[in-house]
Ligand binder design. Structure first.
Ligand SMILES: NC(=O)c1ccc[n+]([C@@H]2O[C@H](COP(=O)([O-])OP(=O)(O)OC[C@H]3O[C@@H](n4cnc5c(N)ncnc54)[C@H](O)[C@@H]3O)[C@@H](O)[C@H]2O)c1
Length: 407
């Protein structure tokens, strides 16, 4: 276990300065298969556009919510040869002069150091208060760029172009932005190195632009990670969605366009509804943390090698066990959850045993601890959940053991 190296060279690569010019004869692919969701919170109203092929038209859609002029595109470095060119061309066509920075989508770079580099680039690029910061990537890029947008000049317009399933159905919607902090050093080799999302801000995007076609280049493992958040949404709000995912798991994994569009739209709508009801997580929005109090503990343990969605999948199983052991959830529902997680090739148990004591200690660092008490979201059936403050420690320990933590 290492401390994150906060003094390393910046992870940023600045590609080019794109100047405004129009390109003649550009064809805008249009398809009738599209969806539009309105998100209405106390601080903002915005749209989520879901449309295959939209990636080449993002410029005009951003132009509708931010004035032409300077813009900063913060892109996942892995997408440079895939989507940065069409996006920057589209921005240029729409009259934006864009500085483009790329960063490796790694939790270690979801840091204040990266935010600092972004501020520097924004200053150098003469960004103004009206200049949008645009995130092109998964949840790591969205959270990071969003936090920079929330704080630079006390807030500039922010646009999300999510490129992973997880970011399309969850991370890009609702305005939670933030970065990780290094944990204090510990003698425990299995202690997490990062405290996840400990510094952040609520900052809603002006628009969320989703092109499901970009999932064609996402590897299956990360696609499945997105399914973990879809399963979470279904457990929280919609039994028929859970059945839909189970019935069409293969078609979804093979990127059947109609099924994928339906999945993304239904999940994004659930997230939008929760956020609209409780923007600042004073109440029901905390339900979206289902599985996450467990997940945030195991995700940063490097020897487990878990991606966020995989940690969520194990966290959902632990939460289901916990709900079962406290007589909140039926055995059938708990089994159905675990079976579906396994059907979509997500882990239901820790890949290596970690001591329960280590996991319990790390849980206490999580933001969801209130007055020394763990705050857990537990399913009460498939389609509903509740927030519990008084789950006894021994039940939480047993829930960890149920997902293969060592005594
Ligand atoms: N803000 C929120 O409300 C919220 C909600 C859930 C999760 N999150 C955060 O989201 C992050 C996880 O997001 P993620 O799973 O999207 O991870 P990620 O951003 O790390 O992306 C996963 C991987 O996919 C690659 N990738 C992205 N799009 C691609 C594409 N179209 N083609 C090929 N490769 C592609 C990336 O390079 C990376 O290797 C975590 O940091 C988590 O804390 C935030």
């Amino acid at each position: 276990m290492h401390w994150p190296n906060c003094t390393s060279d910046p992870p940023w690569t600045w590609i080019e300065q794109v100047t405004s010019h129009n390109r003649d004869g550009r064809v805008s692919p249009y398809t009738a298969h599209m969806a539009l969701i309105d998100v209405s919170t106390t601080s903002a109203h915005y749209a989520i556009h879901i449309e295959p092929g939209l990636i080449t038209r993002v410029g005009e859609m951003i132009r509708a919510v931010a004035p032409a002029g300077r813009a900063m595109l913060v892109a996942d470095e892995a997408l440079v040869d895939l989507y940065v060119a069409p996006v920057s061309q589209s921005l240029s066509d729409a009259g934006f002069e864009t500085i483009i920075g790329t960063v490796e989508a790694d939790e270690i770079h979801k840091s204040l150091l990266s935010v600092n580099h972004l501020y520097g680039a924004a200053l150098k690029g003469n960004l103004e208060r009206s200049s949008p910061i645009i995130a092109l990537g998964g949840g790591v890029i969205g959270d990071l760029a969003g936090f920079a947008a929330a704080t630079f000049m006390r807030g500039v317009p922010f646009v999300q172009i999510p490129t992973t399933l997880l970011a399309m159905v969850d991370a890009s919607i609702g305005g939670k932005t933030g970065v990780n902090l290094p944990m204090p050093s510990s003698d425990d080799a299995a202690a997490p190195a990062l405290a996840k999302n400990l510094v952040g801000a609520f900052w809603q995007p002006r628009v969320v632009l989703i092109d499901p076609n970009v999932l064609a280049t996402l590897d299956r493992r990360h696609f499945n990670c997105g399914l973990a958040e879809c399963i979470k949404h279904a457990i929280l709000a919609d039994r028929s969605l859970l059945e839909f995912i189970g019935e069409h798991a293969s078609a979804l994994q093979e990127l059947n366009q109609a099924k994928l569009l339906e999945l993304i739209t239904r999940c994004a709508q659930i997230k939008a509804d929760v956020v609209a009801a409780d923007e600042r997580e004073a109440g029901p929005r905390a339900l979206l943390n289902l599985g996450h109090t467990f997940a945030h503990v195991i995700e940063p343990i490097s020897e487990l090698g878990l991606h966020h969605g995989e940690a969520v999948a194990i966290g959902l199983c632990a939460a289901a066990h916990c709900a079962r052991m406290t007589d909140r959830l039926s055995e059938d529902d708990a089994k159905q959850i675990e079976q579906l997680i396994s059907v979509v090739d997500l882990p239901t148990q820790l890949p290596r045993p970690i001591a329960v004591d280590t996991l319990m200690r790390a849980m206490l660092h999580d933001k969801k601890v209130q007055a020394g008490q763990l705050r857990l979201v537990l399913p009460t059936s498939i389609g509903s959940a509740e927030i519990i403050n008084d789950v006894p420690d021994n039940i939480v320990r047993d829930s960890w053991k149920a997902v293969a933590a060592s005594p």
